[in-house]
Design a protein around this ligand. Structure first.
Ligand SMILES: [Ca+2]
Ligand SMILES: [Ca+2]
Ligand SMILES: [Ca+2]
Ligand SMILES: [Ca+2]
Length: 442
């Protein structure tokens, strides 16, 4: 749903403002009463006292949106894969760039390599060995509202040839857009497939979303025809074994035409999948991810971000990050707590609905041994660290401002155990690395 965020930006260029509207009845019908017991009072940012400095990665990053931090080069240091909307529009196109440190471990100088161009609204990329040759490849979903009348949705994968990248089209010119795609065996035949959620927004309604399999034939070849597995899900979903039966399931936000805020899709084997609502009280969502051992107790939990705007609509659910426990019977509603404080979207510009928060990521930000969460405000132009101060208790700390519409990910560029944070702003055309100041200590 970072996508959504980004979407918001793109929407600004396109569609009517109904997407962000919160359905009050739905909020009231929520399955779970979310408590705020996971959130401590916020710690306001005192300018430089945020303890982070901002290093510019690229002075003209061409409208950076989604970011993936991963070690592409195999030297143990992370690179940044950045999707860019640039001139994405019905006529323009975006691109995918890779940033690597000129000297690994020195995060002050980065060099850029263009991996792909002429892609309308490239969304959240991911790494997977698509063709099984041992080298990680890139999955790239794309499309968004602003170009959808032109059927601009699609999925590509970029083959890592060891010295370059070869583009392969899975589907293009599709009527739905894709924000994320995962590689897993979705039908139990032993060959990995692609799973993606196609979303669209209607002219007069909230739209809809559908989960598809692109059946794998091995060696990186996939059916170009999406086969419907289930209705629902969307945005930045993720895969993991929710119910502990050894196969991968999906956890997901829902946004366009949603029936819930967050839901999961149970893998029943042999290509049969069943959707279960997790929470329906939080408005539309943008991201959900399984995070093992978040509280240090060995248990599996899910972190989720909604995407709402209480400035536009005071009755909308609060914009927030939540933690859900996986209950003994995961088919039922999941108990959840809110772990953020004070995230609030700006008023949406005419015709360009915005919401907050945006995408999040997790790592031990301060080296004290527990996991913390960074979340981009998206419609709220600030970036927040949700610092875990004791198991299950988080304090919201403002790290940076002036970064409307974008993403934030951890990236330990120096490999010193104090990860930097890469942050984009699509709207302000900025790409920076937040580095913890040594003097600030902890
Ligand atoms: Ca490969
Ligand atoms: Ca398969
Ligand atoms: Ca499972
Ligand atoms: Ca920590």
């Amino acid at each position: 749903m970072k996508t959504l965020l980004l979407l918001s930006a793109a929407l600004a260029a396109a569609a009517p403002a109904a997407a962000q509207e919160v359905r009050r009845g739905e909020a009231l019908r929520g399955l779970v009463s979310l408590s705020a017991e996971g959130a401590l009072p916020p710690e306001p940012r005192a300018a430089a006292e945020s303890g982070y400095e901002a290093i510019e990665i690229d002075p003209d990053p061409e409208r950076p949106a989604f970011i993936l931090a991963a070690d592409f080069g195999g030297d143990g240091y992370p690179e940044l894969l950045v999707s860019k909307f640039a001139g994405s529009s019905p006529v323009g196109s975006g691109m995918l760039d890779l940033y690597a440190m000129e000297k690994p471990g020195d995060p002050r100088k980065w060099r850029k390599t263009r991996l792909a161009d002429k892609i309308k609204f490239p969304n959240m990329p991911s790494l997977a060995d698509v063709n099984g040759d041992g080298r990680p490849d890139i999955l790239l979903p794309y499309g968004f509202l602003a170009c959808m009348p032109g059927r601009c949705g699609g999925i590509e994968w970029l083959e890592n040839t060891g010295g370059g990248w070869t583009r392969h089209t899975v589907i293009t010119g599709y009527e739905r857009f894709f924000h994320r795609v995962v590689l897993l065996d979705a039908d139990g035949d032993g060959i990995k497939d692609l799973m993606a959620v196609g979303e669209k927004k209607g002219l007069f309604d909230d739209g809809s979303s559908e989960v598809y399999i692109f059946k794998g034939a091995g060696n990186g070849s996939f059916s170009a025809k999406p086969a419907l597995l289930a209705k629902g899900l969307g945005g930045l979903f993720s895969a993991g074994d929710v119910d502990g039966d050894g196969d991968e399931d999906l956890v997901s936000p829902e946004y366009f035409g949603r029936a819930a805020s967050f839901a999961w899709l149970e893998n029943l084997g042999a290509g049969v999948w069943r959707r279960h609502a997790i929470d329906s009280s939080s408005g539309g969502g943008i991201q959900m991810a399984l995070v093992p051992n978040l509280y240090g107790d060995g248990r599996l939990r899910a972190v989720a971000a909604n995407h709402t705007n209480t400035t536009d609509d005071q009755s909308a659910p609060e914009s927030a990050v939540f933690v859900f426990g996986v209950p003994a019977d995961p088919a039922g509603p999941w108990p959840g707590v809110k772990i953020s404080e004070g995230i609030k979207s700006r008023r949406s510009p005419a015709g360009g609905p915005q919401g907050a928060p945006g995408p999040f990521d997790w790592a031990d930000a301060d080296g004290d041994g527990d996991l913390d969460i960074v979340v981009h405000g998206d419609g709220d132009p600030r970036v927040f660290l949700l610092e875990q101060v004791s198991p299950g208790k988080f304090r919201t700390k403002e790290l940076a401002g002036g970064m409307p519409q974008g993403a934030a990910v951890f990236c330990d560029a120096e490999r010193d155990g104090l990860p930097e944070i890469a942050v984009s702003s699509y709207e302000n055309n900025r790409l920076v690395l937040l580095k913890k100041l040594p003097a600030a200590g902890k």
